[in-house]
Design a binder for this molecule. Structure first.
Ligand code: HEM
Ligand code: HEM
Length: 184
C-alpha cells in the first residue's frame, strides 16, 4: 500500500534490508557461479559452497522480517507520480524479486538437504534437514535452483538498468527513494 505525503523515501529499516540483502544476494550469485565451475568434492569449491549456503540461508531468514515490515510500513509516496504503466512495471519487478528471494534459497536448501549435503551457517551451527534424503528430490531442487538463479539474474539486470536510467538519464527521484542523499 502506498503512503501519502512525506517522507518521500523508504524508511531506515527498509533501506537497511534492501542494501544488506542486495549485497548478500550479489555475493551469493558470484560465489554460486564460481562454485559451479569447479570440480565437486574439491577445494576450494567446498569452502566456497559453505559460505554460499551460509549467505543464502541468511537471506532466507531475513526475508520474512523484511516482508512483514514492508506490509506494515508500505511504499513511500512520489513527489511526481510515475505513469500508470511505469508504476505497474516497477511493482511487477519488485514483487517478482520478493518471490525469487524466497524461491532461490528454498530451492538451494532442498537441493542440499535432499542430497544429504551440509547446511552450515558460517561454521557456527547447522540448519536442520527438513526433507528426506532423496536423490530425485535433490536433482529437482538443483534444476529449480539453476533456473531460478537465471530468472533472478534477468529481473535483477532489468531492475538495476531501470534504476540507472532514472538516476543518470531522467535524473528523477527514484534513486533517492532508496538512497535519500540522492534526492533532488
Ligand atoms: C546495485 C544494485 C541495486 C540498486 C541500485 C537498487 C536500487 C533500488 C531502488 C532505487 C529502489 C526503489 C525503487 C522505487 O521506489 O520504485 C529499489 C527497490 C527494490 N529493490 Fe533494489 N537495487 C539494487 C539491487 C537489488 C537487489 C540485489 C535486490 C534483490 C534481489 C533488490 C530488490 C529490490 C526490491 C524488492 C525493491 C522494492 C522495495 C519495496 O517496495 O519494498 N534490489 N532498488
Ligand atoms: C540468495 C540466495 C542464493 C543465490 C543468489 C544463489 C545462487 C546460486 C547460483 C547463481 C549458483 C550457480 C548455479 C549453476 O550454474 O549451477 C548456485 C549454485 C549452488 N547453490 Fe545457490 N544460491 C542461493 C542460495 C543457496 C542456498 C540457501 C543453498 C543451500 C543451502 C544453495 C546451494 C547451492 C549449491 C550446492 C550450488 C552448487 C551447484 C552445483 O554446481 O552443483 N544456494 N547458487
Amino acid at each position: 500500500m502506498a503512503r501519502t505525503g512525506e517522507p518521500y523515501h523508504y524508511d531506515r529499516a527498509q533501506r537497511g534490508f534492501h542494501w544488506l540483502m542486495a549485497a548478500l544476494i550479489l555475493a551469493a550469485l558470484v560465489l554460486g557461479i564460481s562454485a559451479a565451475w569447479q570440480v565437486p568434492g574439491t577445494s576450494p569449491r567446498r569452502e566456497i559452497l559453505d559460505i554460499h549456503k551460509s549467505i543464502g540461508l541468511t537471506v532466507l531468514l531475513l526475508l520474512p522480517l523484511r516482508f512483514v515490515w514492508r506490509l506494515i510500513a508500505g511504499e513511500p509516496a512520489y513527489r511526481a507520480p510515475p505513469s500508470r504503466s511505469a508504476h505497474l512495471a516497477a511493482k511487477a519487478a519488485h514483487w517478482s524479486l520478493y518471490a525469487l528471494m524466497l524461491l532461490l534459497p528454498v530451492s538451494g536448501y532442498v537441493y542440499s538437504a535432499a542430497g544429504g549435503y551440509g547446511l552450515p551457517w558460517f561454521g557456527v551451527f547447522s540448519f536442520p534437514r527438513l526433507v528426506p534424503v532423496d536423490k530425485a528430490l535433490s536433482l529437482t531442487g538443483y534444476a529449480a535452483h539453476y533456473w531460478i538463479a537465471w530468472a533472478v539474474g534477468i529481473v535483477l539486470g532489468l531492475h538495476v538498468l531501470a534504476v540507472a536510467w532514472h538516476a543518470w538519464i531522467r535524473r528523477d527521484e527514484v534513486m533517492g527513494r532508496m538512497w535519500p542523499r540522492q534526492a533532488g
